[in-house]
Design a protein around this ligand. Sequence first.
Ligand code: MLT
Length: 259
Amino acid sequence: MRIRGIEIAYEAVGEGLPVVLLHGYPFNRSMWREQAEALSTNFRFITPDLRGHGESGEAATATMPDMAEDIAALLDELHIERSVICGLSMGGYVALAFYQLFPARVRALVLADTKAQADTQEAREVREQQALTALREGMEPIADAMLPKLLAPETFDEQPETVARVREMILSTKPAGAAAAQRGMAAREDRTEMLSRIEVPTLILVGSEDAITPPALSAEMQRGIHGSRLQLINGAGHVSNLERPAEFTGALKSFLSEL
Ligand code: MLT
């Protein structure tokens, strides 16, 4: 669909309460396949490729509010006023930006392997280096640098197909899209103050071995969001829905079923 001047690729499957699944960086909507397949008899899943990722087009900027506005415009086109917004990692940053911009359009939030804090100056500099590397050398060095941090040691030992799938997703991301997203994440606001204003049911999920957004940051978010629930996905790293799909899907299903 052409939205705000960009082609946004998405899939819509299932019937029932609309649930938007927002992927992380530098991934694409295919990361949600297991969840959408398992639960589409009960819920309607909308899985977009965020701008610059997957089959969506690129834009000069890719801030978290840019991406949140894309999602709102996509939902307008689909005549969906209110939905559950679920995001993993960068998708979680977009989910928080979406709540800030459009609180009345959020039925509930699922924040997976993400955090509310902005970047430190050092983290911003690392992102700029990664953006330049992606633009100059492509995604291969990005995949090499990120993979060891993304997945739990057990995933490397026991699930070579998951390692290959994550690597493939990274390599298929367009360097310009990845660079814009890195710069967008570097520019993101601190949203810790906003947490106390979240008034919708919120589920927080995090891999017990997540080295990028460790469980302590999820616990902080849980304390900040009134009535929210935190569930650890044991044995998973940062990409918890792919590393432990059954546990992630089960937690998502019971949360969504209670809404
Ligand atoms: C992600 O998985 O979306 C990114 O690793 C998040 C980040 O770089 O902060």
